[in-house]
Design a protein around this ligand. Structure first.
Ligand code: ATP
Length: 479
């Protein structure tokens, strides 16, 4: 195992891709090395190259109003040395507020459940990953002890990458992804930590390829989405019903609508709770703008006019359907623009390659659907475009405020700045966006397609500044 000094990366270096051991015993889950390469959070993505970014972050982390602020250090959180070494290698200097507040509660014994909410991009993943790494017994590397569930394969792989990167100095750590096609029928699950999507996990348990008898911790990321009865809620209930009754349950999300919160409290009984009011949820580092398009047909032309700004950093364009993602990509490429498209109709390995290309900067503009609205962490994303305003309910009759927040949260990560531009083109889309803005208490900046020089300057001024001066609301702790 290479010594610590040779594996720490400086802010202006790309982390050395460490030759992580293949999982012992030939387990066919995605190997540690593959996962680290495709993971998020400093394990292969674009690295901030400027020293002033580090200075800005330290200012933010000294600002008591910021959710990146904390009084303690990771060392004071009592984490094992190997884990602290991993955090050092990731250049995590101090815990964020959700990490500082949640970790002592999640690591206390006897274990208690947690329902934690914190703004997008404020470090929820590391909070639950540190808990899982602290609880597993690595002398039993192939005995599953922790299960983490996510709504998409992309997010499951990203979380796997974070665990392997933070745990890079933890001996015998084996982490497997339980996503379609990742676990061979011959070997089954042979890892202490499993990260997967609910459907695949249920299949593995049903085929007796996943020993759940020793599971100590169940984490559900994007928990409001996962527990929503319209979506994956029924599968998450089935998973929980199969697990040991004493399991510790940790639910995390940036959003917890009231109707789901009641359900979450039943799913994770007697949980400690960290909640935010919905007017405290938006990230001040994201300049939220809207483009008043003359009509639906003009949206495409305006999108192409924005292309030059999209490639200053990298950008995500969210559209309503797979079909429109494919059609817009086709048109933009025919017009000479380089755009990747990713959605659920693509085969798994292709989706993985497309996101890895985007994460590493080989592609800079990604057009996608809500499959990537949540959790995906690519620090180079400086712009998110809502080509369609997210809607929900029968006949798309009401605005989807939660999906709006998660979509724009793909930029402005951990104190960085970013721009979101939402397209409206008629009364319905305008009213939907207005309702979302009122719900979160935000004043959207209007961009005019008629005054392009001004629009370009407004957007460039934000993207080219470094970390935002983020005034975040204090986190309300209920224990
Ligand atoms: N203590 C820390 N110091 C520095 N960087 C951190 C710290 N904690 C997390 N990060 C980085 O901040 C970024 C956002 O973290 P993460 O993806 O966990 O956010 P999140 O709260 O889960 O967001 P979302 O709600 O969108 O899922 C990641 O790139 C991560 O590596």
């Amino acid at each position: 195992m290479a010594d610590l000094a040779s594996r720490i990366t400086k802010p202006d270096e790309t982390p050395a891709a460490t030759p992580a051991e293949k999982p012992a015993g030939g387990a066919d889950g995605e190997s540690n090395a593959e996962a680290q390469a495709g993971g998020g959070n400093g394990s292969g993505g674009l690295i901030e190259s400027t020293f002033d970014v580090e200075i800005k972050l330290s200012e933010l982390q000294a600002d008591t109003a910021s959710p990146l602020y904390s009084v303690s250090s990771f060392e004071e959180l009592g984490l094992p040395k190997a884990i602290n070494d991993g955090l050092l290698a990731m250049n995590f200097k101090k815990p964020s507020k959700v990490q500082e507040k949640a970790l002592p509660l999640m690591l206390s014994n006897p274990p208690t459940n947690m329902i934690a909410q914190s703004q997008s991009g404020t470090g929820k993943t590391a909070a639950f990953v540190l808990t899982v790494l602290s609880r597993v017994d690595l002398t039993k590397p192939k005995q599953p002890q922790a299960l983490l569930l996510a709504p998409s394969r992309e997010l499951a792989r990203q979380i796997q990458g974070v665990i392997l990167t933070i745990g890079q100095f933890c001996e015998n750590l084996i982490v497997e992804a339980a996503i379609p096609g990742s676990i061979s029928r011959e070997t089954g699950v042979q890892a202490s930590i499993v990260v997967g999507t609910p459907g695949t996990v249920i299949d593995l348990i049903r085929r007796r390829q996943f020993d759940i008898s020793q599971l100590k911790v169940l984490v559900i990321d994007e928990a409001d989405n996962m527990l929503d009865q319209q979506g994956l809620g029924e599968q998450c209930v089935r998973v929980k019903g199969l697990l040991p009754k004493t399991i510790q349950i940790l639910l995390f999300s940036a959003t917890f609508p009231d109707k789901v919160m009641q359900y979450a409290e039943r799913y994770a009984p007697n949980a400690n709770q960290m909640k935010l009011r919905h007017t405290e949820l938006t990230v001040k580092g994201i300049s939220q703008m809207y483009m008043d398009c003359p009509d639906e047909s003009k949206k495409y032309d305006i999108l192409c006019q924005l292309y030059g700004l999209m490639t200053i950093g990298s950008s995500v364009i969210f559209v309503k359907t797979r079909e429109s993602a494919t059609e817009i990509q086709r048109r933009m490429e025919a017009d000479g623009h380089k755009v990747s498209a990713l959605h659920g109709a693509f085969e798994g390995a292709n989706r993985d390659a497309l996101l890895d290309d985007f994460r590493c900067g080989r592609s800079k503009v990604l057009i996608t659907t809500n499959v990537l609205a949540r959790g995906i962490d690519v620090s180079s994303v400086s712009m998110v475009i809502n080509y369609d305003i997210p809607m929900k309910g029968f006949g798309d009759r009401e605005p989807d405020a939660e999906t709006y927040l998660h979509r724009i949260g793909r930029t402005g990560r951990f104190g960085r700045v970013g721009v979101s531009i939402s397209f409206v083109h008629d009364r319905k889309s305008f009213n939907a966006l207005s309702e979302i803005a009122n719900f979160y208490g935000i004043d959207l900046i209007q961009l005019s397609p008629d005054d392009w020089d001004r629009t370009e300057k407004q957007v460039q001024d934000v993207i080219k500044s470094s970390r935002a001066k983020a005034e975040f609301a204090p986190l309300a702790i209920q224990v």
